[in-house]
Ligand binder design. Structure first.
Ligand SMILES: [Zn+2]
Length: 166
């Protein structure tokens, strides 16, 4: 079964029969994927929906396949990172536990794995968040750039007023 995951560097990868492929060229909706192992020339083709074409044409690898366990951990990591960006206010712990609960075989997930995923969540969120302000002017500028509204769609102008008092 095909599965799209993310590499540690955030690049798209295709998993097929416990082998990993990185994206190559695409032409008229046909995408070529290369094996991620160095010096391996195995390649597969998929359509735009990442569905494998010519499945019977088994690619020839010059190395062994990845363990299911390692791939599952990478799938879990990718899912958590995606959820962390989609739901920026959900606690990392909740995201990780929800994803683990949905994983049919999660007994081999260790504390180290969870710590690594949590670290990845923080790093990913940091990329989409404005940097932490180092002085009061930056803090006000950051707040002014955010269109904060109350439940009743009234823009909060408290911070702008505060700024004038400084
Ligand atoms: Zn290979």
């Amino acid at each position: 079964m095909e599965n799209i995951i993310e590499s540690n560097r955030g690049k798209k990868q295709l998993i097929l029969n416990n082998f990993k492929f990185r994206i190559g060229s695409s032409n008229k909706g046909l995408i070529r994927w290369w094996c991620t192992t160095k010096n391996c020339t195995a390649k597969v083709y998929t359509d735009e929906n990442n569905i494998c074409i010519n499945n019977t044409d088994t690619p020839q690898h010059n190395h062994g396949e990845y363990s299911c366990q390692a791939l599952k951990k990478q799938v879990l990591n990718t899912a958590c990172k995606r959820k962390a960006i989609e739901n920026v206010s959900t606690r990392p712990k909740k995201i990780i536990l929800t994803e683990i609960a949905q994983n049919s075989n999660s007994s081999d997930i260790t504390i180290n794995d969870i710590n690594r995923i949590r670290k990845n969540i923080y790093e990913n969120r940091r990329k989409i968040m404005p940097p932490n302000p180092t002085n009061i002017v930056d803090a006000h500028n950051a707040l002014n750039s955010i269109d904060v509204k109350t439940k009743h769609k009234v823009k909060i102008f408290y911070w702008s007023m505060m700024k004038k008092k400084i």
